[in-house]
Write a protein that binds this ligand. Structure first.
Ligand code: DOR
Ligand code: ZN
Length: 347
């Protein structure tokens, strides 16, 4: 039996498009399903100035196919040198929609991030005043802390202090991976929310490590135990306005991932909605998919809900996606969970 689902066109509240040769691929893969996306600023060099954000946006728009529409919502990469006036001007003029905080060394191209959280207090104060959201990569970088505990320790030692000092600051805890984060977000006020990725809803650490290392399941924060994945699932199907989709789709060339020191990131832009429809249906929560993909994020960011819709169709047999996408620099593997989906976005 064919089933159809029509929902408001989704947004992706956390996306890596990269730059140069990759843009014509990444931008159009996302634009097929998404109306808008919060664009991550961790390029080399990072997007730390408004002029960089403006120019990057131009490059993104130039890469967009004429038959597609897409609105990239730009962010600034927070460093210890970022000026509050830059953030204020950028947010109030609409050039940026948020600021991204990377603890230095937490992930890909985060070396210019924050080491001393005391130094960013004037920025956080300004952001709280003007209502500019702060997107946080929530992991400590202390190598003595076990990698599976870094999110939980970040909540207790860094995030909670920031939120106590600035209760009116809008904070998005990005790509949460643990029950601890779910509980923390539920217990916070209306200024705290979280994005959840497609891959963290689909796989656990056994999928990454048991029976062989699967580099295309390696991302940061690293996937955790099954109880944590189940907590994420429960949160997103609850319909709570505090949880919304941020794919963290983060392409790396296969030869960089399939290496003795492989890069972190899963490329999920191509098939995210199909995977999510499968997961939500399995949870008997297809009616909550639209909240997660298309409503909650827009409301938290204070943006209009998209006016157009997309249709997902459930086929009689599993939908096959290409395994890889070719780029001028090599191939990129498309994320493929261990289950198959019969859902397909109608383009
Ligand atoms: O897996 C990840 N990849 N996590 C991040 O935080 C960054 C991203 C990237 O840029 O590759
Ligand atoms: Zn990311």
């Amino acid at each position: 039996m064919t089933k159809e689902l029509v929902i408001v066109r989704p947004d992706d509240w956390h996306l890596h498009l990269r730059d140069k040769d990759l843009l014509p691929i990444t931008v159009n893969e996302s634009a097929k399903s998404f109306a808008r996306a919060i664009i991550m600023p961790n390029l080399i060099p990072p997007i730390t100035k408004l002029i960089d954000a403006k120019n990057y946006k131009k490059r993104i728009m130039n890469a967009l196919k004429p038959n597609l529409s897409f609105n990239p919502l730009m962010t600034l990469y927070l460093t210890e040198e970022t000026e509050p006036t830059e953030v204020k001007e950028g947010f109030l003029s609409g050039v940026i929609s948020a600021v991204k905080l990377y603890p230095a060394g937490a992930t890909t191209n985060s070396q210019s991030g924050v080491r001393n959280f005391e130094k960013i207090k004037p920025i956080l104060e300004t952001m709280a005043e003007i209502g500019c959201p702060l997107c946080i990569h929530g992991e400590v970088t202390d190598t003595k802390i076990d990698i599976f505990d870094r999110e939980k320790v970040f909540i207790n030692t860094v995030l909670d202090k920031i939120r106590t000092d600035y209760p009116t600051l809008k904070v998005i805890m990005e790509h949460i991976t643990t029950k601890d984060a779910v509980d923390y977000v539920f217990s916070g006020n209306e200024n705290l929310a979280a994005t959840v990725t497609t891959h963290h809803l689909s796989i656990n650490r056994n999928d990454l490590l048991s029976g062989g290392i699967r580099p295309h399941f390696y991302c940061l924060p690293v996937v955790k135990r099954e109880i944590h994945r189940l907590a994420l699932l429960e949160a997103v199907v609850s319909g709570s306005p505090k949880f919304f989709l941020g794919t963290d789709s983060a392409p790396h060339l296969d030869h960089d991932k399939e290496s003795s020191c492989g890069c972190a990131g899963c490329f999920t832009a191509t098939n995210t909605l199909e995977i999510l429809a499968h997961i939500f249906e399995e949870q008997k929560a297809l009616d909550k998919l639209e909240l997660f993909t298309s409503i909650n994020g827009a409301k938290f960011y204070g943006k209009k809900i998209n006016s157009d819709k997309i249709k997902l169709i459930k086929k009689n047999k599993p939908v096959r996606f290409p395994e890889k996408i070719s780029t001028p620099n090599g191939e990129i593997t498309i994320f493929k969970p261990k289950f198959e989906t019969k859902w397909q976005v109608q383009v």
